[in-house]
Design a protein around this ligand. Structure first.
Ligand code: 6GU
Length: 227
C-alpha cells in the first residue's frame, strides 16, 4: 500500500510514522508512506499556505492553490483509490472502516489545519471525509497518525503471528479485550486470577470472553434507568 499525506506541518508525523510497527511495515516494503509539505507547493517568498476566511470569522483557512498543485502532481503519477480529508466534520472512524481501507492500494490523506481547508479542494478531489472522534484537534496530522496506524497494521505481513490482528478487540465478538497479566504471579499482595495459571485453555478462553463482555457492558452500554 502507498499512502501520500499532504500536510502543513509534516514534522508532526515524523516520529509516529517512523517507529515500531509502522517503521517495520515500511522497511518490509508493505507500506510506503510519503509526507508532502504544503509549503513546497506555495508561491512567492512567503510561501503562504493559509489566509483569512471570506465572510469573516476566527482562524485561518488553508488556501486552495498549494493543495491543488500537490494533488495534481500525485494524480498525474498514479491512480488513487480514495482521497481522504481528515476533519471533525467527517464520518467517524471505526474498526470496520479501517478494515476496508487496509485492502486499498493507493490512498491520499489531506490533513486540515487552523479552521480547515478551502471547500473547493473537497468538492474537486475528496472522496471520503473522516473524523477520529467527537473532539477537536489542532490539526489533522495527529488524526492521520491514528488512521495510518489503524490501517497499516492490518496489511498482511505487517504483524507477527503473536501480534495477530484477528484477535484484536473490536474484531472479536465482545468488542473489548480481557485484562492481561504477566510474571510475577503475585505482586504486592495481588494475585493473578487462578484460571490463567492452571493451563486449561478452554477455561481461559471462556474467562477472557466473559471478562471482555462484562467490561464492554459496563463501559459502553448506556443505562436506561439512570442508575
Ligand atoms: Cl480528523 N481533525 C481534527 N483537526 N480534529 C479532529 C479530527 C480530525 N477528528 C477528531 N477531531
Amino acid at each position: 500500500m502507498r499512502i501520500d499525506v499532504i500536510s502543513a506541518v509534516p514534522k508532526v508525523l515524523d516520529s509516529p510514522l517512523n517507529e515500531s510497527i509502522l517503521k517495520r511495515a515500511q522497511q518490509r516494503s508493505l507500506a510506503e508512506i510519503i509526507v508532502h509539505d504544503l509549503r513546497d507547493f506555495a508561491d512567492g517568498n512567503y510561501r503562504q499556505i493559509d489566509d483569512s476566511p471570506f465572510g469573516g470569522g476566527a482562524g485561518m483557512v488553508l488556501k486552495p492553490e498549494p493543495i491543488f498543485r500537490c494533488m495534481q502532481k500525485l494524480l498525474s503519477e498514479r491512480k488513487y483509490d480514495e482521497v481522504i480529508y481528515l476533519t471533525p466534520q467527517g464520518v467517524k472512524l471505526n474498526q470496520k472502516k479501517a478494515n476496508v481501507l487496509s485492502l486499498k492500494s493507493n490512498l491520499i490523506i489531506i490533513c486540515g489545519h487552523y479552521k480547515g481547508i478551502d471547500q473547493r479542494v473537497i468538492d474537486k478531489f475528496v472522496t471520503k471525509e473522516i473524523s477520529i472522534g467527537d473532539y477537536v484537534l489542532t490539526g489533522g496530522e495527529t488524526a492521520a497518525a491514528v488512521l495510518i496506524d489503524a490501517v497499516v497494521r492490518l496489511i498482511p505481513g505487517v504483524l507477527n503471528d503473536s501480534e495477530s490482528a484477528l484477535t484484536d478487540s473490536f474484531q472479536v465478538e465482545s468488542g473489548f479485550d480481557s485484562p492481561v497479566y504477566t510474571r510475577p504471579a503475585e505482586y504486592e499482595g495481588m494475585r493473578v486470577p487462578e484460571v490463567l495459571l492452571n493451563g486449561n485453555h478452554k477455561d481461559i478462553a471462556a474467562w477472557r470472553e466473559q471478562k471482555g463482555l462484562k467490561k464492554y457492558n459496563k463501559v459502553r452500554k448506556k443505562k436506561l434507568n439512570n442508575k
